[in-house]
Write a protein that binds this ligand. Sequence first.
Ligand code: ATP
Ligand code: MG
Ligand code: MG
Ligand code: MG
Length: 438
Amino acid sequence: MRLSRYFLPVLKENPSEAQIVSHRYMLRAGMIKQSAAGIYSWLPLGFKVLKKIEGIVHEEQMRGGHIPMLMSTMQPADLWRESGRYDDYGQEMLRIKDRHDRDMLFGPTNEEMITDIFRNHVSSYKDLPLTMYQVQWKFRDEIRPRFGVMRGREFYMKDGYNFDLSKEDALHAYNRHLVSYLRTYERMGLQAIPMRADGGPIGGDYTHEFLVLAETGESEVFYDSAVTDLTFGDREIDYDSVEQCQGVLEEFTSKYARTDETHDEALFNEIPEDRRRVARGIEVGQIFYFGTKYSEAMGAKVQTPDGEVPVHMGSHGIGVSRLLGAIIEASHDDKGIIWPEGVTPFHCGIVNLKQGDEAADGACEDLYKALVAAGLDPLYDDRNERAGGKFATMDLIGLPWRITVGPRGLKNGVVELTSRRTGESEELAPEAAVAKII
Ligand code: ATP
Ligand code: MG
Ligand code: MG
Ligand code: MG
């Protein structure tokens, strides 16, 4: 992409409404535009990162054997009357009447709708296990939408649902989700710690939230510092193996790590004192096993050799749009965002120090083509602007690499390659710079 033809409405001043750094940088980098409280349009740069994050979520879900689909955002109230949640959900649910005076709602989550789909089409235990998921917009009329995309009213969420014959099978699905979530967050450059949590309106005894530690997080968390030493890394895992998935669950959840809702002071005090941590975290996902809560209420049953039984279910969410904020909270400096490689909107920026100079223009074009040919997605700042302004924009939008091209360097056959994360620069031939980025 050439910046002169792109839409990147960068703000020079700090927007006064933004209280935390991720919100500030998302607005300043022209990633989002608020249309109403907690409701945002995704401008091209923000949209690109959102899609990168969604892409990782899809890959890791499918790796776990989960099937993508898409449910409608609008739902009939009657489904929620069946589960009893139409009244229970309260004011967070956006309720709408259609022209025939029928009660509708904008889905805050989809347990009822997926259970309805299931009961309409599945009747035999032979069709189990089954896990389907979607990445879809949700609406929750939050009392206090704030911090930009962190607590929006309209937000993008991955929600998955498993249907199993027994509690044992459903717990395997739960563990499988835990594994795939660990992989998902690590690919985004994040450490998200599974913590024992509270069921809330979705219900259920088995539930973990995934938290990214950050001072600006809305949850208070208590943990044994040993949990932060755990990483999933690139180990191979067989998602069909009950033992392997259970092993990962045990490894990642045996140390104390809880949110304030389930915190137990006595247990916490059993941790050696130098390892006790009280901190704040951002909830970027949650997994649940809730048994037959919805299947019994809504008649989602399967025929088995021993008769008809309600299916065991769980649901599993990832805050896709919230993750942009969480990643920025975890990775930035005073100049701007520092994108982890896995989610960066462009792989590399090219800054032309002297637009209109034949040698500089030609070298930038060649670099651009070479990077594209290598399968990368560069952003070439070809605007007729001062170098200082170009650097500030590149630092703000946080691409991992910047190649700076100017007439002086070119006389010696070199360009400058700078790492956004370390700030280190080196001079090298253009081909060598490309080779280093690939
Ligand atoms: P919170 O405690 O932050 O209100 P939640 O527990 O109500 O979140 P879940 O029902 O567990 O949310 O939804 C799954 C994920 O969706 C959450 O882990 C979070 O990452 C994301 N999410 C929930 N509410 C919002 C919101 N208002 N804006 C952005 N993301 C959200
Ligand atoms: Mg909530
Ligand atoms: Mg929560
Ligand atoms: Mg939650």
